[in-house]
Design a protein around this ligand. Structure first.
Ligand code: ZN
Length: 116
């Protein structure tokens, strides 16, 4: 959340419109729980009320036998080139900030008309 606030401040944004997160298939994070926790985490910050968009990102492994990289399904971490099981995870267990959409208009007024 502080990362988003830094981005918003650096861009002189008046409000964060939406946040796009990349959620690795092996991250163990449930999209449902994340969306549930978001309003609490963003309350009182510039990101309050922003739309949360979650994209599932595929897991990716590097084969230690042939050295090639391939995308895999979470329960089948096998090399897509030589079918070897000796692979190491490159990505798929992380939560990434993909995009932050900002409103930078100086005369922006919230549609709800809430006074701060
Ligand atoms: Zn391989």
């Amino acid at each position: 959340m502080s990362q988003i606030e830094t981005i918003a401040r650096d861009n002189h944004a008046s409000q964060v419109v939406s946040i796009t997160l990349g959620m690795g298939q092996l991250s163990g994070v449930e999209e449902r729980l994340l969306k549930h926790a978001y309003p609490v985490a963003s309350a009182g910050t510039i990101a309050e009320g922003a739309q949360l968009i979650i994209r599932s990102t595929p897991a990716c492994v590097r084969c230690t036998t042939c050295g090639k990289e391939s995308t895999v399904t979470p329960n089948h971490l096998v090399c897509g080139h030589c079918n070897d099981w000796h692979t190491e995870l490159i990505s798929g267990d992380e939560l990434l900030l993909i995009q932050v959409e900002l409103d930078t208009q100086d005369d922006f007024e919230p549609a709800t008309g809430v006074m701060h």
